[in-house]
Ligand binder design. Structure first.
Ligand code: IPM
Ligand code: MG
Length: 398
């Protein structure tokens, strides 16, 4: 048998560079900065990034909702919006960067970001194979926690997912390589400090919100080393929270259990590595009404970014259907933004209005195509519901 020694040598060099970078990162993770206090910032700058595809259409509506809710703060100058242009696939492809330099500069000035979806080219697409802007931003700003709530009150579902957001299969997603034409390698990285920080955040959330159960999801029966470290860390930390029931499930059976009407309402908080979180939250969102209904918060110690859980829907744009896109994913993200920067009561009200319009009353529905409500119409309906003096009564009635 002939082994390609030159290929081994080349791969070894690459692997060495990866190892050095990763060991350096683990050391840096051990020196976590203080948590930012948004209330102490005046003005608080919120960067608004439209993205591409359906992004600008739905982000504009989320912005309109925030303008209504933060009117006094915007007028006083306590909160300021900054509009950040240029995070589009065309521009990123032109400069060959996941985050163009001028966008990166702007983003650094805003500790809070509301970001529309951006297109991620995949291998073989006509665009250069640049990294996903989402993934690059999460890494760049060290937004390690991707928090994704899914609620379907009529089914008793109230789930909060804590998806690890900087490691796992994503960490080196653009650093895999072909050792030879026939041998492709990608890497999955899980670190102790990286697991610990997301797991602790999930337990702290559960404690603060009086949730009784937290579930780790892995595939540690097969992917033993990386998922094993995640799971060991989970049970070690669980011991510090004796009032919370901690259990673990494998990702395959977990996807089944989310569909099991007898079991699913029993799950409350989930904590899971990056790729499992990516997949499971799309499934969960579908149960709530589709990925267009789910928002997410990317939380770091120094900044936070709020976005829809879905991509830029190039198919909708190609078929000319973008004005029928569901903005509720971005508006749910906006509600999470409000809670994070210190307005939990206003966030709660916005969520009530979203529930009424999207799940209970449903006077209008978005279908993503002609015949359904437009992005603009459904937002008008939401704003009308939001300022209704009977909002809370209405919500409680359901
Ligand atoms: C998400 C999205 C992204 C991800 C894509 C667009 C890179 O699916 O936020 O879940 O895989 O994380
Ligand atoms: Mg996803």
């Amino acid at each position: 048998m002939k082994i390609d020694r030159a290929a081994v040598k080349e791969a070894r060099k690459r692997f060495e560079r990866i190892l050095e970078a990763q060991l350096g990162r683990v050391e840096r993770l051990k020196e976590a900065p203080e948590w930012i206090d948004y209330r102490g910032l005046r003005p608080l700058r919120i960067g608004i990034i439209g993205g591409d595809g359906i992004g600008p259409v739905i982000t504009r509506e989320a912005q309109r909702v925030l303008e209504t809710i933060l009117k006094p703060e915007l007028e006083k100058g306590a909160v300021r919006f900054r509009f950040i242009e240029g995070l589009t696939i065309e521009n990123r492809a032109a400069v060959h960067q996941a985050i163009p330099d001028q966008v990166r500069e702007e983003i650094k000035r805003c500790p809070v970001l509301l970001k529309g979806p951006t297109t991620t080219p995949r291998k073989g697409d006509p665009e250069p194979n640049i990294e996903s802007a989402n993934v690059a931003l999460r890494k760049e700003l060290d937004l390690f926690a991707n928090v994704r709530p899914v609620r379907v009150p009529e089914l008793g579902i109230d789930w909060t997912f804590f998806r690890e957001n900087t490691e796992g299969a994503y960490m080196l997603g653009s650093d895999g390589f072909l050792v030879t034409d026939d041998l492709a390698l990608d890497f999955k990285v899980i670190t102790g400090p990286g697991s610990e920080r997301i797991i602790r955040l999930a337990f702290e959330y559960a404690r603060k919100n009086r949730r009784q159960r937290i579930t780790a999801v892995s595939k540690a029966n097969v992917i033993k080393t990386t998922d094993g470290l995640f799971l060991d860390t989970f049970f070690r930390i669980a011991a510090e929270y004796p009032e919370i029931e901690a259990d673990d499930w494998y990702i395959d059976i977990m996807t089944a259990k989310l569909l099991d009407p007898n079991r699913r309402a029993g799950f409350q908080v989930f904590v899971l590595p990056n790729l499992y979180g990516d997949i499971l939250t799309d499934e969960a969102a579908q149960i709530q009404g589709g990925v267009g209904t789910a928002g997410s918060a990317n939380i770091g110690r120094r900044s936070a970014m709020f976005e829809a859980i879905h991509g830029s829907a190039p198919r909708m744009v190609k078929e000319g259907r973008e004005r029928f896109a569901d903005p509720f994913s971005m508006i749910r993200a906006a509600a999470m933004l409000l809670a994070q920067i210190g307005y939990p009561d206003r966030a709660k009200k916005l969520e009530m209005a979203l529930d009424i319009c999207g799940q209970y009353e449903k006077r209008l529905t978005v279908t993503g195509r002609p015949g359904g409500a437009t992005t603009r119409e459904i937002t008008d309906y939401l704003l009308e519901t939001l300022i209704d003096s009977e909002l809370e009564e209405k919500w409680r009635r359901w």
